[in-house]
Design a protein around this ligand. Structure first.
Ligand code: ZN
Length: 270
């Protein structure tokens, strides 16, 4: 395969020395952006802007910086995406095919933090920006929870989508009313998944198969938007941080002030 890798190393500690009042807490974290042959310059620029805006957002909103090295691979199409999923995450050919068909990006926090994004599958600058932000949110979730962030899948995916939309807003780049967009998707669907059926990895993929990825992600994002409307953005990362010591149910009560079961019963997407 013909691949040209342009490796740009950003030593983030330099940025944090300027932006953060406590630079010693972050150390010399490296962020490597690998741009594969076939990704155009415009897409690459959009990805860089997304990374910059997201890291600034996390610093200013949650006082968080990346504490571990992160490699990000931008790939140009479905074939290279599938190959990258096998290469970087050890997925089998059929697993990689399934993931490549239902996602535009993939992220792993533990054992070598890595993000892969299929820039070719994302047809607008906004969707490329959104996808990079979404995957970067997963990195912060993983870091803050010590990799316990996926215990409740609707929360980890919903927070990644809601914050990606919010970060687009903070950059003045948002063209889509995401709340309306997610509501329209869920309204058009014959049925939408209940939150209590979106906890585990298996639940999540079962819903993706039965209801479709858009409805599964849309319902989760609308649930998180409801939490944001009630409690604001700050508790979102209080929840992930508490997962270090607490069960997801106790972390939820501590962050949002009600039980997860009560919220799941009360939530409706419209
Ligand atoms: Zn995700």
């Amino acid at each position: 395969m013909k691949t040209k890798s342009l490796i740009i190393v950003l030593v983030f500690s330099v940025f944090w020395l300027q932006a953060c009042p406590f630079p010693a807490a972050y150390g010399a974290t490296r962020l490597d952006l690998v741009v594969e042959y076939g990704v155009d310059n415009k897409s690459e620029a959009q990805a860089r802007l997304a990374l910059d805006t997201s890291t600034n957002f996390f610093q200013s909103t949650y006082s968080l910086g990346l504490e571990r090295d992160l490699q990000i691979f931008l790939v140009p199409n479905q074939d290279t995406y599938r190959t990258a999923l096998m290469q970087h995450y050890g997925l089998s050919d059929s697993q990689a095919r399934n993931v490549a068909e239902s996602t535009g990006g993939f992220s792993r926090g533990s054992a070598g933090a890595t993000i892969v994004v299929n820039m070719g599958s994302l047809t607008s600058g906004q969707s490329q920006f959104f996808c990079l932000c979404h995957e970067l949110v997963h990195q912060f979730q993983s870091q803050e929870s010590r990799d316990r962030h996926n215990s409740i899948r609707w929360l980890s995916e919903g927070v990644a989508d809601v914050l990606a939309a919010h970060i687009l807003d903070t950059a003045g780049l948002r063209k889509t009313d995401y709340q309306r967009y997610w509501q329209e998707i869920v309204k058009r669907a014959p049925r939408w998944p209940r939150l209590e059926d979106l906890h585990s990895y298996d639940d999540w993929f079962a819903s993706m198969g039965a209801n479709g990825p858009s409805v599964t992600y849309g319902a989760s994002a609308l649930a998180v938007l409801t939490l944001v409307r009630w409690k604001g953005y700050r508790p979102l990362f209080a929840y992930f941080n508490s997962l270090k010591q607490l069960s997801p149910e106790d972390a939820f009560v501590q962050a949002f002030g009600l039980t997860m079961a009560d919220f799941e019963k009360q939530f409706t997407p419209f």
